[in-house]
Design a protein around this ligand. Structure first.
Ligand SMILES: [Zn+2]
Length: 208
């Protein structure tokens, strides 16, 4: 049975995050949310708790979402440590995965971030002009076993909510099992290699 990991960046918020969770819940699916720590507040933290209660995992997307490849080692470590601490305080589970902001990576980042780096197969859903139909077509056309799908639950991103209403049931119909990033590696029997960027558990992209 093929596996796929839906992942959502740049939350949490009280507008789009709950709508994404509604669709996952309706379909008995799970996803992985990569949080920007500065978006965590008492209200958005409730969305994080709900995600965890549905079986979703919460992972690290830094504090400020800046160009971390231009940062000093000390600042890189601080961005990741603070984000992980804020997440752990809510979920009780320390993040295992890191999505580099803007997918910009450097040797300093690999040397100073002790988490598995995740990229993902995107559909340009950070571009407002990309319609829900285009997002749906791209995700469904590219879907494959072991894939990590990169999506965004940022506050204005209603087109991704609309796309998910088709994407999730259709992947289910095709026999995909939805897993978190942690489950994807565990169930594939793959030990993540540090210094690599993963978009599919079975293959890595060498970057930089
Ligand atoms: Zn991001």
């Amino acid at each position: 049975m093929p596996m796929i990991a839906l992942t959502f960046d740049d939350g949490p918020n009280t507008v789009i995050t709950p709508r994404v969770l509604d669709i996952l819940e309706e379909n008995g699916a799970v996803g992985t949310f990569f949080l920007i720590a500065q978006n965590i507040n008492p209200e958005s933290a409730e969305m994080v708790r709900r995600a965890v209660s549905l079986g979703c995992d919460i992972e690290n997307h830094s504090v400020t979402h800046s160009f971390m490849d231009e940062m000093t080692p000390e600042t890189i470590r601080e961005e990741v440590k603070t984000c992980s601490e804020k997440i752990t305080a809510i979920t009780g589970r320390a993040p295992q995965f890191f999505r580099p902001p803007f997918i910009r990576v450097s040797r300093e980042m690999y040397d100073n971030i002790d988490l598995t780096f995740i990229c993902g197969a995107g559909c340009e859903d950070w571009v407002p002009e990309v319609t829900a139909e285009q997002r749906t077509e791209r995700v469904l056309a590219n879907a494959e076993d072991g894939q990590i799908v990169l999506l965004h639950d940022m506050e204005w991103n209603v087109n991704t909510v609309e796309a998910l209403k088709t994407i999730v049931p259709e992947l289910k119909r095709r026999g995909y099992r939805f897993v978190t990033c942690a489950q994807l590696f565990a169930e594939a029997g793959v030990t993540p290699v540090h210094g690599r960027l993963y978009s599919n558990v079975y293959q890595t992209v060498d970057k930089p």
